[in-house]
Design a binder for this molecule. Structure first.
Ligand SMILES: [Zn+2]
Length: 86
């Protein structure tokens, strides 16, 4: 179980959405799925399926507003953007 959100002051729901967003990018790249853009049709098919199944709210863009209010969270968000480019 990931409990990082308690240490950086973010809700688990936010962290979960960010991690799943990035995992979709990984899944698409690992399986060599062709998409029309970074957050294209295939990305959104997976995101919408996971949103329905697990009650998530994965979107094309990560809402960074909650990260910018918190220095530790901001550093983690920077790491994600450098690692995955989104
Ligand atoms: Zn992305």
């Amino acid at each position: 179980m990931i409990s990082t959100h308690r240490n950086i002051g973010l809700g688990g729901y936010v962290i979960r959405n960010v991690l799943v967003h990035e995992m979709i990018h990984y899944y698409i790249a690992y399986n060599k799925i062709e998409d029309n853009e970074d957050h294209g049709v295939e990305f959104m098919k997976l995101a919408e399926a996971l949103n329905r199944k697990y009650g998530l709210s994965i979107t094309k863009k990560i809402d960074a507003s909650s990260f910018k209010r918190n220095e530790k969270a901001s550093k983690i968000f920077w790491f994600f953007t450098k690692l995955f480019g989104c």
